[in-house]
Design a binder for this molecule. Structure first.
Ligand code: BTN
Length: 253
């Protein structure tokens, strides 16, 4: 990362060949004293983790499979905001590095023409209701070709190279992301969630669209209306009732 100008993020970078998951390595590095901003990058993950217990397809050499150590001194309930901030940083850095029409599906999936190109997994450890540390896991399908995807992913996943028609430098993209994240993180620590929320809303492909999600008490359907101050998604159902969604996944209909 020769052109990196960040002050904290990426000051320590650990690069691996094949690992099970960069998340696991980052957790272990924190346990042995790794500071905020430590980055773990791998060429390949054999057991990449996605949100909600899913697997993350991480073939060799073609993606950015990265974990980042953060130590924000904020209460645990700020996690959803950090999730949304990560999505904004990722979306803006991709827009800077390649010409694609990319948007955010709540909370933090990045979609191009309805297909997923990147995902974020935040894992945290808290103490006394404060966050001790967060491992932000970033997966970007950069230079994968259609044949690099198993059959069952081809209709729902894509890569930056497929969509832009050209190979993208992973190094440039990592640097752009770290810079963007550092700037937004500073803005968040200084001014709170309000400016991040506005940026998220502008990049969202979720708001004002019909969505469906599944809660323990049954399916919820309605129009995604807005984000609230905590980062929850407000949905208005057919009866005009406002329902808040705090976690999980939504389907765009
Ligand atoms: C999702 O959309 O479900 C989140 C995907 C997160 C994938 C990244 S790749 C780097 C890091 N290591 C992992 O095992 N997962 C995250």
């Amino acid at each position: 990362l020769s052109g990196l100008k960040t002050k904290v993020l990426g000051q320590k970078v650990h690069v691996y060949g094949a690992v099970d998951s960069t998340q696991t390595i980052a957790h272990a590095l924190v346990a042995s004293g790794a500071p905020e901003g430590t980055i773990v990058l791998a060429e390949e993950q054999t057991a990449g983790r996605g949100r909600m217990g899913r697997a993350w397809h991480s073939p060799p050499g073609k993606g950015i499979w990265m974990s980042m150590v953060l130590t924000p001194r904020v209460p645990v309930y700020f996690m959803p905001q950090l999730t949304l901030l990560s999505a904004v940083a990722l979306c803006r850095s991709i827009q800077k590095v390649c010409q694609v029409e990319i948007g955010i599906k709540w909370p933090n999936d990045l979609l191009i023409k309805g297909k997923k190109v990147s995902g974020i997994l935040l894992e945290s450890s808290g103490e006394d209701e404060r966050l001790k540390y967060v491992i932000a896991g970033i997966g970007i399908s950069v230079n994968l070709k259609t044949e690099d995807y198993p059959e069952e992913l081809r209709n729902i996943a894509t890569s930056l190279a497929i969509e832009s028609g050209q190979e993208i430098s992973r190094e440039h993209l990592v640097q752009a992301f770290l810079q963007e994240f550092e700037d937004l993180y500073a803005l968040y620590m200084d001014k709170g969630f309000a400016p991040i929320r506005l940026l998220w809303e502008a990049l969202s492909v979720t708001l004002k669209r019909p969505i469906r999600t599944y809660s323990p008490s049954g399916p919820i359907e309605g129009i995604a209306d807005s984000l609230d101050d905590s980062g929850a998604l407000t949905v208005i159902n057919a009866n005009g009732e406002k329902i808040k969604i705090y976690s999980g996944d939504i389907e765009l209909k």
